[in-house]
Design a protein around this ligand. Structure first.
Ligand SMILES: [Zn+2]
Length: 359
């Protein structure tokens, strides 16, 4: 059995989204740290090491994505603007929530390149699957502007790279709490890439990700606030897994956000480590297990490491024996089981997706 690859690069922790958002300097209260900080990601790496799981993983080295690779998704004028600001004192990728410091483009290209390296390692047979622990995140980034903390479209670039490497069909499953609008936009009308996003209904981007946006090759599954393991399992069983069976991908990319967990401050969903474990295992049944999970959101810095550990343990087929100290608090509250209004939301998504991917 091939091992699991891990992309980790200390330099990516130096991406510096200085003061932005509602707690920026000049507001009414003391400025706060930007939500998309290095802290949670470093703690994931700490736990992979401290648990002993890292010794089971194969390091996959990130490299900077080239301009030609970035141009598969992004506009030249956008890359030029990022380069100009990046060579100066920094700037914002587009929406005022996606700041970067000096050198920001090179770091974002290194994060995107981590996904490309993982795709090469998996498609080339060096590893069986991979976790790409990078920042800044990517699934909101559009061709010509960044948004939602994202500069470059890491997952879309990885899918485009897989296609360039000979993969016939690539599926992207996005379980970040927010709509994967950038990934959706990148492949609309492209039958070789199936994009599926499960997210809390109408959170971010505002008004984005409804079932009306589902097409033949894009499926949105907006879920009500409070959706937990039962709702996600039902959404997988009723929509995600049947679509993947029809599509028969050669590679599955996961936009792996952990802000869909119960303690996250940026959404109101209720997943927990055992739920992520189960969802990961279900995706590993496709594409002969060729899964590349690319880190996206997840902002509760204490609990996120245990959520990531559950995913990486599942990818690697290794249980470290580390118990998730947050599992009881996250899985215990009432409402984890499928609720009628959640079931109705999934049925609406299933109906809208009924025409998705007819081979
Ligand atoms: Zn998110």
């Amino acid at each position: 059995m091939l091992s699991t690859g891990l992309v980790w690069d200390e330099r990516l922790m130096w991406h510096n989204p200085v003061g932005a958002g509602p707690l920026s300097a000049g507001g009414w209260v003391q400025p706060g740290q930007h939500a998309e900080s290095a802290e949670g990601k470093r703690r994931i790496k700490n736990l992979l090491d401290a648990s002993g799981l890292s010794s089971h993983l194969t390091q996959v080295h990130a490299r900077e994505a080239t301009r030609e690779e970035l141009l598969r998704i992004h506009a030249a004028s956008y890359l030029d603007r990022l380069a100009r600001d990046s060579e100066g004192s920094g700037g914002d990728a587009g929406d005022g929530h996606s700041p970067f410091g000096p050198g920001g483009l090179r770091l974002a290209a290194l994060a995107a390149g981590g996904g490309l390296a993982a795709v090469e390692a998996v498609l080339g047979g060096a590893v069986g699957n991979a976790y790409v622990l990078v920042r800044p995140p990517g699934h909101h980034a559009l061709a010509d502007r960044g948004m939602g903390f994202c500069l470059l479209a890491n997952g879309a670039l990885a899918a485009a790279h897989a296609r360039a490497q000979g993969a016939g069909r690539v599926a992207i499953v996005d379980w970040d709490a927010h709509h994967g609008n950038g990934t959706q936009a990148a492949f609309l009308g492209d039958p070789s890439v199936l994009t599926i996003s499960l997210h809390q209904d109408a959170v971010f981007p505002p008004g984005s990700g409804g079932v009306a946006e589902s097409t033949g090759d894009n499926i949105n599954i907006p879920l009500p606030p409070g959706s937990g393991a039962g709702a996600y399992e039902h959404a997988f069983a009723a929509v995600v897994l049947p679509a993947l069976r029809r599509f028969a991908p050669d590679l599955v990319i996961v936009a792996c956000g952990f802000d869909s967990a119960g303690m996250d401050p940026h959404a109101r969903l209720m997943l927990h480590s055992d739920a992520y474990r189960a969802l990961t295992a279900e995706l590993m049944a496709f594409a002969q297990g060729r899964v590349v999970a690319i880190h996206e959101g997840g902002y509760h810095e204490a609990s996120v490491p245990f959520l990531a550990l559950a995913v990486v343990e599942t990818l690697a087929g290794v249980r470290t024996g580390v118990e998730d100290p947050f599992l009881a608090n996250m899985a215990g509250p009432a409402g984890q089981e499928l609720q009628p209004h959640q079931s109705a939301a999934v049925e609406r998504a299933a109906a809208a997706a009924a025409t998705a991917y007819a081979p």
